[in-house]
Design a protein around this ligand. Sequence first.
Ligand SMILES: Nc1ncnc2c1ncn2[C@@H]1O[C@H](COP(=O)(O)OP(=O)(O)OP(=O)(O)O)[C@@H](O)[C@H]1O
Length: 232
Amino acid sequence: MLQVEGLSKSYGRGARRKCVLDAIHLTVNEGELAGLVGESGSGKSTLARLLMRLEMMDAGTITVAEKGAFYDTLQIVFQNASAALNPSWTVQASLREPLRLMDGNRDAYIREMLGKVGLNEKHLTRLPSELSGGERQRVNLLRSLLMQPKLLICDEIVSSLDRLIQKEIVELLRKLNEEMGMAMLFISHDLKVVQSLCDRLYVMEGGRIVEESVKQDGVWNFSHPYARRLFE
Ligand SMILES: Nc1ncnc2c1ncn2[C@@H]1O[C@H](COP(=O)(O)OP(=O)(O)OP(=O)(O)O)[C@@H](O)[C@H]1O
């Protein structure tokens, strides 16, 4: 589904040049729940931005197996749902916007999809300020789901939510993965969440992937000392 090879990125010039991503290799298979963990500053969000073509890479290749329009295949959800939603638009307006090129009845499709993220029609007329943090993140998530992507990149999407709401959103992602067969790259510094949700896990340290592990019979095995320390 997604194959990343030798991806590198630096910022700055001359003596101020800083390598943020160093020869990243990463695969997400069709329908797979893959996780990417690493401490703050390790390069996770930069990688997400490069995957979404929001920035240019210096070297490497990103291959998306699916044919068709790029942004129909890949979608991203960012952590800050409040910033992602226009504060003066109702939920309905925010949800209509990504569908502006869609033929057919957009509102009927929106109503049909609302239930998938645990929202209902009464949310449609509200402004973002009239929603809870969890509801805002559900709207944000639904905006990306409307395109029915094959791969959803989730960048720290539960980090600012309290534990209970986090759990609800993670369960929702699991359900969406089962129902829609959508693969995910779930980026987080929350090791517990990633370990419980994902089947494949990448660990980043200082711009490099230092560990790749696949859950076997519910158990993770880590060989790199940094990954072992993280998951101890
Ligand atoms: N546009 C930029 N210009 C210069 N440096 C940048 C830029 N964007 C990111 N960086 C640097 O790249 C490094 C990686 O940042 P990035 O946001 O990708 O890390 P992260 O792992 O997502 O961190 P966090 O978990 O805190 O969001 C950091 O040292 C950051 O300061």
